[in-house]
Design a protein. Structure first.
Length: 499
């Protein structure tokens, strides 16, 4: 059986704890790999190596750092398919989704390649008599990244390229459910010329997470995952004096007004709700239909959802793959099974879906729930699976109030032809990312990604300018130099004396 070990100091390091976790092929249900689970001592070794590497990498020139990043970008581009295949084998998402994940991660690598302008300081001259003031940004040291299973390549690439471009070193703790992509990213970074110890990967469970949160030599922690864990990460790391950026869960809404193009809205709802099997924090999981369009919209969504082909991710004809684990599949199914008891109409029930030849895979079909109440479990919880809830309101104002009442504020969208309504929505809605006729408003790399309310803990969003500020700290230098004409007698600096 294949074993995924740690990557520390530019090389593979075998697990020493004796503990291993299973890695399953979601399409077959078979355990194909085991991953080493780090002990506190192994985490300490990775942090120690990163701290030593920071002594030189933190002092390296921007030219040296960006040279490595340009080479890294070229290697990632050349190995897109290989990385995507690792994602499909362990996560289950279809190959096209996996390729899209790599492409979105590459956006942040490209941002890191051009980081020189973002790290420019500021200078104010002659603020007083021969006094100048300069503001500069410097790296913070060793940064830890804790990333989720749903994007095993993209989310790490949202973190470490910017962190190392800013001069930090990095310890990545990826999800133990699909760990291979992280190791491949680290191997390619070394091939690109990244010095040993600048990027390290330790695999593990809560033991490894807590070791990073409590380690005195870790200066900052980046996290993406569920809201309960994000809250825990933020509380624990902050208590240990660390800078924290913790992105939590979501319940993203799509408000559809009566004037919207219903075909476009239905297309968007299906792709946004069921893409990546709904296992993404920016999935649309709740459609709010305003006025009399509800029945027509639900019917259009149903027609499209029934045509989605579900199958193994490495089958080019598959449009949706399995869920990551059997336990997660069963949890998602429980929301559908309990929906009717809580007042919903089950338009599509995907809980009994199987795929011929892959009967032991973690399969679930597409589910569509109509007339969902806001007090039901299917609406309140982040299901993280291919389940779309439809809610009804009579007016735009009721729809906005419903969305703003949610404890989550990650992303949201409005579908309308009315520019005035869209403008009101983007100003009135309480969410960090807003789409206008765009169902999944994930910002491009040079803008920052992050939500409001229970979707974000900490002050900084991820990547973009927020990410650069998170991975650096400001320093202001006030300088006063005497004029050369005031040099002591006997010292000739080549300046004519004025007396």
């Amino acid at each position: 059986m294949k074993t995924v070990n740690h990557w520390i100091g530019g090389k593979t390091v075998e697990g020493a704890s004796g503990n291993y976790g299973p890695v399953t092929d979601p399409a077959t249900g078979e355990v194909t790999t085991q991953v080493a689970l780090a002990s506190t001592a192994e985490v300490d070794a990775a942090v120690r190596v990163a701290k030593e590497a920071f002594e030189t990498w933190g002092q390296s020139s921007l030219a040296a750092r960006t040279k490595v990043l340009f080479a890294y970008r070229a290697l990632l581009d050349a190995h897109r398919d290989e990385i995507a295949e690792l994602i499909t084998a362990e996560h289950g998402k279809v190959h096209s989704d996996a390729l899209g994940e790599v492409a979105r991660g590459l956006e942040i690598v490209e941002l890191a390649c051009g980081i020189t302008t973002q790290l420019k300081g500021e200078l104010s001259t002659s603020v007083s008599n021969r006094v100048d003031v300069a503001a500069i940004r410097q790296p913070i040291g060793v940064v830890a990244g804790i990333t989720p299973f749903n994007f095993p390549a993209m989310v790490p690439m949202w973190m470490f390229p910017l962190a190392v471009a800013c001069g930090n070193t990095f310890v990545l703790k990826p999800s133990e459910k699909d760990p291979s992509a992280a190791n491949k990213l680290a191997e390619l970074a070394r091939e690109a010329g990244l010095p040993d110890g600048v990027l390290n990967v330790v695999h593990g469970d809560k033991v490894a997470v807590d070791a990073l949160l409590e380690h005195p030599d870790v200066a900052a922690v980046s996290f993406v995952g569920s809201t309960p864990i994000a809250r825990y990460i933020h509380t624990t790391a902050s208590a240990n004096g660390k800078r924290v950026q913790a992105l939590g869960g979501a319940k993203n809404h799509m408000l559809v007004l009566p004037d919207a193009d219903l075909d476009a809205a239905a297309d968007a709802a299906v792709s946004a709700a069921y893409g990546s099997a709904g296992e993404r924090c920016m999935a649309i999981s709740a459609v709010v239909a305003v006025g009399a369009i509800g029945d027509a919209l639900v019917e259009k969504i149903r027609e499209r959802a029934e045509k989605i082909k579900i199958g193994p991710g490495n089958d080019p004809t598959s449009e949706m793959g399995p869920l990551i684990t059997a336990a997660h599949r069963d949890k998602v199914a429980s929301y559908v099974k309990g929906a009717a008891d809580q007042g919903a109409e089950v338009v599509l029930d995907g809980t009994g879906h199987t795929v011929d030849g892959f009967e032991n895979g973690h399969w679930i079909g597409l589910s569509l729930l109509d007339h969902v109440r806001t007090d039901s479990d299917a609406y309140r919880d982040e299901i993280f699976g291919p389940v779309l809830c439809v809610l009804r309101t009579e007016t735009y104002e009721e729809g906005v109030a419903l969305i703003n009442a949610s404890p989550f504020g990650n992303g949201t969208a409005i579908f309308t032809r009315d520019g005035g309504a869209a403008r009101r929505f983007q100003l009135e809605i309480q969410a960090g990312m807003v789409g206008v006729n765009v169902p999944i408003p994930v910002p491009v790399g040079y803008h920052s990604f992050g939500g409001w309310k229970d979707s974000l803990f900490g002050d900084h969003h991820i990547y973009g300018n927020d990410g650069i500020h998170f991975y650096t700290r400001g320093k202001v230098v006030t300088t006063r130099w005497p004029d050369p004409s005031e040099a002591p007698v006997g010292v000739d600096l080549g300046f004519p004396r004025n007396h």
